[in-house]
Design a protein around this ligand. Structure first.
Ligand code: GLA
Length: 393
């Protein structure tokens, strides 16, 4: 009798645990798709063009990227954001709207330039700009995207909030599309975009995501940019080859920050191992915008194969961000948060290197610099950055 009671207690506990774990893990874990071993690089239409994007503009952007050095520097993805969507036919197949009359032909064109094409949808019925979303058509849309030759999908939460809950609803919604993409057999980078809600950094990789937004939308201001990067301190452990934190797209060249601020923006994104998705008009870049987006030494920090995200050390009137690199050196950025220029000193003891630090390279000035007694000092302008690659011997 006593044994029977024990058995039934055990059965009840087992039942509760099963029920509980079913609730916790009601989403399907999606295996890694093998893509984005380094943070994705490319361009996205939203920051500058928003709903004023069309087939012709995308083609001319691709032409520019293939000829202005961007493609060769690694900016491979040409990503159409929201507002391309048209209607579904009687079978439920989605097509582009009047501004995107033939998505397959557009993909062929972009591919002919040695670039890849990205697209945008939502797990909800409507996108954030209230165009058609993928809810109820996830498998079908994944197949449509693959048939067109799409290489990258940004999947944006938006109206999915009306369908799914915030406990495990995001995981359910995102894993549905993650597995649908993989079932197509086409390599498609998967960008989870839920603006930093629901801790996507902690589960983004489990739903098949290669990157996930960790912040609200960026805008072309110092406060927005620096605010987004400050939020990356806690996300650092979740970055690594194949899966990246995404503090949102670049604003470099959009005209509302100074060149010093844009250099800081680019440096901090590289230190954070963030996706580098230019958000400006790459067809008409100024020489200084070009020199920022195309600085190969800074891009190399972002694309370092170790895939570590930087950590932050706060100093009195500046902060430094330190990113370990695959060759045993570190990239270090000292950012002047103030509105007057200051002298910053990098203390070699903050960098986690073992050995003597003597030589370093200034990645914006493109020259060697020298530490003396474990320290290097330089003047950094308001909102500017000193970015070094430092190794020990
Ligand atoms: C959201 C996203 C943006 C952009 C717009 C499009 O706001 O965060 O990046 O994709 O939707 O509507």
């Amino acid at each position: 009798m006593q044994r029977q009671v024990l058995l039934s207690v055990a059965a009840v506990i087992a039942f509760m645990l099963a029920g509980c774990s079913a609730q916790i893990s009601s989403f399907e874990r999606v295996p890694y798709n093998g893509l984005a071993k380094t943070p994705p690089m490319g361009w996205n239409s939203w920051n500058l063009f928003a709903n004023k994007i069309d087939d012709h503009t995308v083609r001319t952007v691709a032409d520019a990227m293939a000829s202005n050095g961007m493609r060769d520097a690694g900016y491979i993805y040409v990503n159409i954001d929201d507002t391309w969507e048209g209607v579904r036919d009687a079978q439920g197949t989605l097509s582009g709207n009047q501004r995107f009359p033939n998505m397959k032909a557009l993909a062929d064109y972009v591919h002919s330039k040695g670039l890849k094409l990205g697209i945008y949808s939502s797990p909800g019925p409507l996108t954030c700009a209230r165009y058609m979303g993928s809810y109820g058509h996830e498998d079908q849309d994944a197949v449509t995207f693959a048939t067109w030759g799409i290489d990258y999908l940004k999947y944006d939460w938006c109206s999915a909030a009306t369908i799914y809950n915030y406990d495990d609803g995001l995981q359910t919604a995102y894993s549905k599309m993650g597995s649908a993409l993989q079932a197509t057999g086409r390599p498609i980078v998967y960008s989870v975009s839920a603006y930093g809600t629901a801790n996507a950094d902690k589960w983004g990789a489990e739903v098949g995501g290669n990157l996930w937004r960790t912040t609200q939308d960026i805008s072309d201001t110092w406060d927005s940019m620096i605010g987004n990067i400050e939020e990356q301190v806690s996300t650092a452990p979740y970055a690594g080859p194949g899966h990246w934190n995404d503090p949102d797209m670049l604003e470099v060249g959009n005209g509302h920050m100074t060149d010093d601020e844009y250099r800081t923006h680019m440096s901090l994104w590289a230190l954070a191992a963030a996706p580098l998705l230019a958000g400006n008009d790459v067809r008409t870049m100024s020489a200084s915008t070009k020199s920022i987006l195309l600085n190969s030494e800074v891009i190399a920090v972002d694309q370092d194969p170790l895939g570590k995200q930087s950590s932050r050390i706060k100093k009195r009137d500046f902060e430094i961000w330190v990113k370990p690199l695959a060759d045993g050196s570190v990239a270090v950025g000292a950012v002047n948060l103030g509105s007057a220029s200051i002298q910053v000193t990098i203390d070699a003891r903050d960098l986690g290197l073992s050995g003597t630090v003597e030589n370093a390279r200034d990645l914006w000035e493109h020259r060697e610099v020298h530490f003396s007694r474990n320290a290097y000092s330089a003047t950094v302008p308001a909102h500017g950055v000193l970015l070094l690659k430092v190794s020990a011997s």
